[in-house]
Ligand binder design. Structure first.
Ligand code: SIN
Length: 325
């Protein structure tokens, strides 16, 4: 059966142009959604598309403005009974952040799939059309519902909470942690590993179009408390520490954060390590800190922003949200 897919385009390399099949440099976000869907039409996919251009930019520039346009557009598609699934085309650099933010704030009643490409559209070996065809396969499958927002890259499907970009180049740039991929996909096949995990259909958090200020501190050897204090300033409501190892930090930095915690700042310890599980430690209780568990710093930041926006400021309640992976 032909599925009806809403495609929301934001730019990125999947819509990028180099001007030559072998050029190194290129510009992301050049092809319009209309032209892109014209190309897709030649693939013979069993789907009909309606497209909307949300933005056409490099994903390094994606932020609240684009999210505030994207979220209601997805909600409108999910509420449209003729729509079977949604695909968002996106640059790969911040794709994991948009995917996770949407995962936390959208219902899981229909498939929502983010997809990108590592090579621009006119490069030899462009991966964007294959990734897109794979995304169509996933977005057309009713069994994709109940799995939250999904990311399709390189014949694999990832959960939004797990997915992360781990390489700067190459078409195998994405990995999942702690779960690797949740399905394998090609344009002609789709194999899920396990049952849907979102048992409640509704959104986990209310959407907020004015997220509070939360920063990420990248810990390095010799980092001092004063620099961290200056970075936090007077307006931040929370801070995520990209700590060393299991979310560890130099003693002067810990002391500065404990002092700021006393003034109400919320502190989450994550790790700068690639696969950084950060468990709660006995000192977290005394410090008033939260452990990020499997979330990397950039995702921990989004979860903390949403929690604060939804009125949650008790570290024990915040810890529960981080534990709930
Ligand atoms: C971007 O994130 O917009 C550029 C890089 C990419 O899409 O791979």
């Amino acid at each position: 059966m032909t599925s009806q897919i809403t495609v929301l385009a934001t730019g990125g390399t999947i819509a990028g142009i180099a001007g030559s099949a072998i050029a190194k440099d290129y510009a992301a976000g050049q092809i319009s959604i209309e032209d892109y869907l014209d190309q897709v039409g030649g693939l013979g996919l069993e789907a009909e598309f309606s497209g909307q251009q949300i933005a056409n930019i490099d994903s390094a520039d994606i932020g609240p403005k684009e999210w505030n346009a994207l979220h209601p557009a997805i909600m409108a598609a999910l509420n449209d009974e003729t729509c079977d699934g949604v695909i968002v085309t996106h640059g790969t650099d911040t794709l994991e952040e948009t995917a996770f933010l949407l995962d936390l704030t959208l219902p899981a009643n229909k498939p929502v799939v983010l997809v990108g490409a590592m090579r621009p559209a006119d490069a030899v070996g462009y991966d964007g059309l294959r990734n897109f065809a794979n995304a169509v396969r996933v977005a057309s499958d009713p069994a994709a519902a109940g799995r939250g927002v999904l990311v399709v890259m390189g014949d694999r499907v990832f959960g939004a909470r797990d997915v992360r970009k781990v390489r700067t180049r190459g078409t195998d740039a994405f990995r999942g942690f702690p779960r690797e991929s949740v399905a394998l996909v090609t344009p002609s096949s789709l194999e899920w590993f396990g049952a849907p995990w979102r048992t409640q259909g509704g959104a986990q958090f209310a959407w907020c179009d004015d997220l509070p200020e939360v920063g990420v501190v990248h810990v390095h050897a010799g980092l001092d408390g004063q620099s961290v204090g200056r970075f936090i300033g007077d307006t931040m409501r929370g801070v995520v520490i990209a700590g060393v190892g299991e979310g560890n930090l130099p003693e002067p930095v810990r002391q500065e954060l404990v002092r700021r915690r006393g003034e109400g700042l919320l502190v989450v310890r994550a790790s700068r390590a690639d696969e950084g599980l950060v468990d709660r430690e006995p000192e977290d209780e005394a410090n008033g800190f939260v452990a990020a568990r499997a979330l990397n710093p950039q995702k921990a930041r989004l979860l903390l922003q949403l929690l604060i926006a939804n009125g949650v400021s008790d570290p024990a309640a915040i810890q529960q949200a981080f534990d709930g992976s």
